[in-house]
Design a protein around this ligand. Sequence first.
Ligand code: AP5
Ligand code: MG
Length: 214
Amino acid sequence: MKIIMLGAPGAGKGTQAKKIAEKYKIPHVSTGDLFRSNISNNTDLGKEAKQYMDAGKLVPDELTVRMLLDRVAGDDCKNGYVLDGFPRTIAQAEVLEQEVAKLNDKIDYAINVEVPDENIVKRMGGRRACTKCGATYHIEHVPPKKEGICDNCGSELVLRSDDAPETVNKRLGVYHEQTQPLIDFYGKRNILFEVDGTQDTQKVFSDIVKILGE
Ligand code: AP5
Ligand code: MG
């Protein structure tokens, strides 16, 4: 099962991808999380990516594609994966399609989590992210059991450095310009499925399960 999560920044791709990964026992591969882990480990890739991320821009395709292909070549990805935040440009989608075809395989589902821009800006200010395992919470909608502490791993929760309102607006602009065209791209391949991401997280997930099967 090879799944792509599409949707604007803050639409809930990460939230849903984690649930999908758990239920269907496939790895959750988030390019944003991979970059953030490179940043916290102070790698060369992390240093370069941070400049783009903090400016609300996309990290150049070349760096992103190399990192992603390296990750999905891992043994744990043999039976599939759920990609969150990749592809984000048509060029990335084309490379992924070619690489998967080399393995005589294909992407099975592209799930678009639909949320209007107005809701997104409100959501981002309340988001808290785990610095260690990447789990995501919301102070009102999806609160952790203990304030400021990750339910999964007990690490500290922080506000992401790219969640300042002006950066969120820039990310939304980049999304509409460079990533939204992927909806058409996967629509033409007949693997596009839409879910209403404004519903509560459990309802969004049950709509996704209807698409993927029990
Ligand atoms: P990335 O980390 O992928 O960020 P993003 O796409 O902007 O998406 P987010 O992680 O912000 O949102 P999400 O959709 O995962 O929502 P979440 O589940 O957290 O990328 C960061 C940066 O890295 C990019 O800007 C770019 O610079 C770079 N990058 C990454 N991939 C790249 C690529 N392929 N190419 C180039 N550059 C790349 O939910 C958001 C909040 O809402 C949370 O607080 C959550 O608890 C809450 N929430 C979720 N669902 C609901 C709901 N149904 N109701 C109410 N609240 C909800
Ligand atoms: Mg995310």
